[in-house]
Write a protein that binds this ligand. Structure first.
Ligand SMILES: CC(C)(COP(=O)(O)OP(=O)(O)OC[C@H]1O[C@@H](n2cnc3c(N)ncnc32)[C@H](O)[C@@H]1OP(=O)(O)O)[C@@H](O)C(=O)NCCC(=O)NCCS
Length: 190
């Protein structure tokens, strides 16, 4: 499984990616990825073993240098717990922040959305983002996603020094397959 864009390759992880991944997961940039923190190269190698072979957990690789500069992943979900139809996906995206502000996240996410809608049976893609995470919100909007709601004190990923949870206000964005197709048409894509 490999997705190619103008400047990037998206592909599953391999053990050789451990060093590049450690570079951005030693200190995850946002609270929602706090549990993904890696503290050593060995831990990063183990993590790569877990990810290996997952065709939906993709490394974002710079074509020019072969460096892994981030990741994007999502897994199929049903709309309701009892529902057997798994046509909803909620991607998470993360860049090594040395490579942000260059359009790489958008380039990767656009290709990944296309893959989910065209190859993986996605009907609806939604994303959660903290209310203070403006780069992630701008990315959602650039992708044509609608802001569906703001959930106050929705979730907690870290604790205060006194052990009480820090609650985050979470925005939800989403796009349907039909909206994606019409957005792509408006942007002149195939
Ligand atoms: C969220 C995140 C992936 C967004 O990355 P990003 O680099 O800002 O996003 P994009 O790829 O869309 O880049 C857009 C920026 O690149 C600029 N840019 C520069 N060259 C460009 C090019 N050739 N093409 C497109 N945009 C370009 C754009 O002007 C835009 O700048 P702006 O945001 O100041 O308007 C990144 O901030 C990140 O990894 N954050 C930490 C993890 C995180 O928050 N994940 C989401 C949790 S909810």
């Amino acid at each position: 499984m490999l997705i190619e864009t103008e400047r990037l390759i998206l592909r599953p992880f391999s053990e050789d990616d451990a060093e590049d991944v450690l570079e951005y997961l030693r200190e995850p940039a946002v609270h929602c990825f706090a549990s993904m923190r890696l503290d050593s190269l060995d831990a990063a190698r183990n993590e790569m073993k877990q990810r290996r072979g997952d065709e939906l957990y993709l490394a974002i690789v710079l074509k020019e240098t072969g460096k892994v500069i981030g990741e994007i992943f999502a897994h199929p979900e049903s709309n309701e717990p009892e529902d057997e139809i798994m046509d909803t996906f909620s991607p998470c995206w993360m860049l090594n922040l040395n490579y942000s502000g260059k359009g790489f996240a958008f380039e990767a996410a656009r290709a990944y959305f296309d893959y989910l809608f065209k190859e993986k049976g996605a009907r609806r893609i939604y994303a959660y983002t903290e209310d203070y995470n403006l780069p992630s919100q701008r990315l959602c909007e650039r992708l044509g996603m609608r802001r569906e709601g703001l959930f106050m004190e929705f979730v907690s990923f870290i604790n205060n020094p006194d052990g009480t949870p820090v609650y985050e206000n979470t925005m939800q964005y989403a796009i349907l397959k039909k909206e994606w197709e019409s957005h792509a048409k408006q942007c002149g894509q195939k």
